[in-house]
Design a protein around this ligand. Structure first.
Ligand code: PEP
Length: 248
């Protein structure tokens, strides 16, 4: 199972910046990288990024997608429209969307199912707040999120990103021991619930991953990749992180 290293650009980059970034990334990566790479530009840059990435080892991802196929949902973009653009991965349940836009576990579940229906692999984000961790409830919260999002089964390829909310964009990552323990809990839960199919799910760590600390997470036995925000905005930095995942 190749690790998956993902660049979540969030609300960054114009068309010109997107093009410059992707051309540079394609210059510095090998033809057949030891890890799978995926870039998540803003919606405005998805079509351009799709054209540039066609036939390259870098996959196209979308930061969000609406579960309905089409309809009166002003400002939204559907999984159906994303599939039409060649999107291969979609982030579902990112904590910024859960918190800022009030997305519920049920809505996240609908997105995961819709992604599968359109042939897109969901990256399901789960993670506890600092308050929840301090209260000893980290696993309880993550288990609830998993249970809700996957209540109707595992109907396609899946990536789970364990992202403690307090580690996202703060410069303070989780302790690798805690990330490993959570990843192990997630894996055991997947195996109990889905049997053999649970082995095929890749588990990423996300939260203040940088080139300097990437190896601490990407070298952990139960972690098969990273979801990277801030440090993915520069192609060199993103590729240095990805290389840490490719080390044996
Ligand atoms: C993220 O946006 O999912 C993330 C992990 O951000 P950062 O790497 O900046 O903490």
């Amino acid at each position: 199972m190749k690790p998956l290293v993902a660049a979540n650009w969030k609300m960054h980059k114009t068309l010109k910046e997107t093009e410059d970034y992707l051309r540079r990334l394609l210059e510095i990566i090998p033809v057949d990288p030891p890890v799978e790479l995926v870039v998540f530009p803003s919606f405005t840059a998805l079509a351009l990024a799709g054209k540039i990435l066609e036939g390259t080892p870098v996959a196209l991802g979308a930061q969000n997608g609406h579960p309905q196929r089409e309809g009166a949902f002003t400002g939204e973009v559907s999984m159906h429209q994303l599939a039409d653009l060649g999107v291969r991965y979609v982030i579902c349940g990112h904590s910024e969307r859960r918190k800022i836009f009030g997305e519920s576990d049920e809505f996240v579940a609908a997105k995961v199912r819709a992604a599968w229906a359109y042939g897109i692999t969901p990256i399901l984000c789960v993670g506890e707040t600092l308050e929840e961790r301090r209260a000893g409830r980290a696993w309880e919260v993550v288990e609830r999120q998993l249970f809700a999002a996957l209540s109707e089964g595992l109907s396609g390829p899946l990536v789970i990103a364990y992202e403690p909310v307090w580690a996202i964009g703060t410069g303070v990552p989780a302790h690798p021991k805690d990330a490993q323990e959570m990843a192990q809990n997630i894996r055991s839960w997947l195996l109990r619930r889905f049997g053999e199919k649970g082995k095929e799910v890749r588990i990423q760590y996300g939260g203040s991953v940088k080139p300097e600390n990437a190896r601490e997470f990407l070298g952990l036995p139960e972690i098969q990749g990273a979801l990277v925000g801030g440090a993915s905005l520069d192609p060199e930095s993103f590729w240095r992180i990805a290389q840490a995942a490719g080390l044996e």
